[in-house]
Design a protein around this ligand. Structure first.
Ligand code: SF4
Length: 408
């Protein structure tokens, strides 16, 4: 009875969430009006006709594209996607290492979206874990580390889990490691990336690009902030003097966050605000942060197509070297002096990831590169900007329709 009641409660809450944040057209229209009003104020107060707001997270980009939010923005206010897709930025080299292990008989556990990720160099003639499996490589898709642990215990042979993700996945990995739940035959290849250094880098790059309109605000990732807390973004507001709003993922959340960025600009403020108060606090999840710190340490890490960013990745501490795939399987760490641009020829994913180009700027978009047959890394994951634009349309066509409807 209790279970039924809590499920009903859950459904009730989900419906409330949908009605309040997803299907609330009236509220959406009011916020859009406020955005237009505030943008004209920004024009008057700051004397700027054009500016950009960066949405860092792949899920925010999904919301923006899926619900056509770009078409509701005033002329001159551009939303640009940032580096918020962990699969897109995982270096080719580590996938090549995983393919090598799979072909040597080590079972490789991977999330579904990494399965199709193409490498730059071939390993015994294959360029992805998917292709490795077709020639006998031992590759298995899992939903997460716990799933891999269950399977590894059952089959008992050497295996490796590709730990790809941002701060959100790290507490789960840390807990499994610290509690001793990882069986001896399973190793963790920690490829976890930390998001603040990527945001700093993207802002630096975009600021080097006049006469493009400047990035004047950031919509910071909600999921990541549940762990790190909103405080993680304070250096962005302080160092770049721009507003940062930690946002939820429903259309109302994103619209409200844009309105808040503009409010701050008009008031000449540059602070961190939390729109996603139903999940994010200023300090974040202190217990999760402590676990991450106990299991991992931060390293200068390579981001695909971008290069090394300081203290932007997590590796297992020496006390856990018995389950560290880098140490146990001799997986070679990339070094800054060895790093070469690792996006395929012609692919503009690195620029898309940094908000310097749109997917439609790439001549291969929806031609040589599609979600069914991705050529570049940004077309693979559901969070990749190219994949989102390819699935739901974005930029060009949506803008044209908005113009025809007199919305722009
Ligand atoms: S469309 Fe494909 S090839 Fe072009 S930038 Fe995106 S991922 Fe790269």
């Amino acid at each position: 009875m209790a279970a039924i009641s809590s499920t009903a409660e859950l459904i009730g809450k989900t419906q409330l969430l949908e009605e309040s944040f997803r299907r609330n057209e009236q509220l959406a229209k009011r916020i859009v009006d406020i955005i237009h009003l505030r943008f004209s104020e920004v024009r008057r107060v700051l004397g700027m006709d054009r500016l950009k707001i960066m949405d860092f997270c792949g899920t925010h980009e999904w919301t923006i594209v899926h619900f056509g939010l770009r078409s509701l923005m005033p002329e001159g206010l551009e939303l640009v996607a940032g580096p918020g897709c962990p699969v897109c930025v995982t270096p080719s080299r580590y996938i090549e290492e995983a393919i090598r292990l799979a072909l040597d008989g080590v079972r490789v556990y991977t999330y579904g979206d990494t399965f199709k990720l193409r490498t730059i160099n071939d390993v015994k003639g294959v360029y992805s874990l998917e292709e490795a499996r077709t020639i006998g490589g031992d590759v298995k898709m899992v939903t997460g580390l716990l799933d891999a642990i269950r399977d590894a215990r059952r089959h008992g042979r050497d295996s490796v889990f590709l730990g790809i993700g941002f701060e959100t996945v790290a507490p789960g990995y840390a807990q499994a490691v610290l509690s001793g739940h990882v069986p001896g035959n399973l190793k963790l290849m920690s490829l976890v990336k930390l998001t603040p250094p990527a945001m700093f880098h993207a802002l630096d790059v975009l600021r080097e690009k006049p006469p493009e309109p400047p990035v004047m605000g950031v919509i910071a990732p909600g999921h990541v902030s549940t762990i790190t807390g909103a405080k993680a973004w304070e250096p962005v507001a302080e160092n770049y003097s721009i507003p940062v709003v930690v946002s939820g993922f429903e259309p109302i959340d994103v619209l409200a966050s844009i309105a808040e960025v503009l409010r701050q600009l008009v008031a000449r403020e540059a602070g961190v605000r939390i729109e996603y108060t139903r999940a994010v606090s200023w300090d974040g999840d202190l217990k999760a942060q402590a676990m991450i710190h106990k299991a991992f340490y931060a390293v200068d890490d390579a981001w695909r197509g971008i290069g090394f960013l300081p203290l932007s990745g997590l590796r297992l501490r020496d006390s856990f070297s018995d389950i560290d795939a880098f140490k146990q399987f001799g997986v070679q760490e990339l070094k800054p002096e060895d790093w070469r641009k690792d996006t395929p020829p012609g692919c503009r994913c690195a620029e898309v990831t940094l908000g310097k180009a749109k997917p439609t700027d790439c001549p291969m978009f929806l031609k040589k590169c599609t979600p069914e047959k991705p050529y570049g890394p940004c077309m693979v994951s559901l969070e990749g900007t190219c994949a989102v634009w390819a699935r739901f349309g974005g930029g060009g066509v949506a803008d044209e329709i908005a113009r025809e409807l007199g919305l722009k």
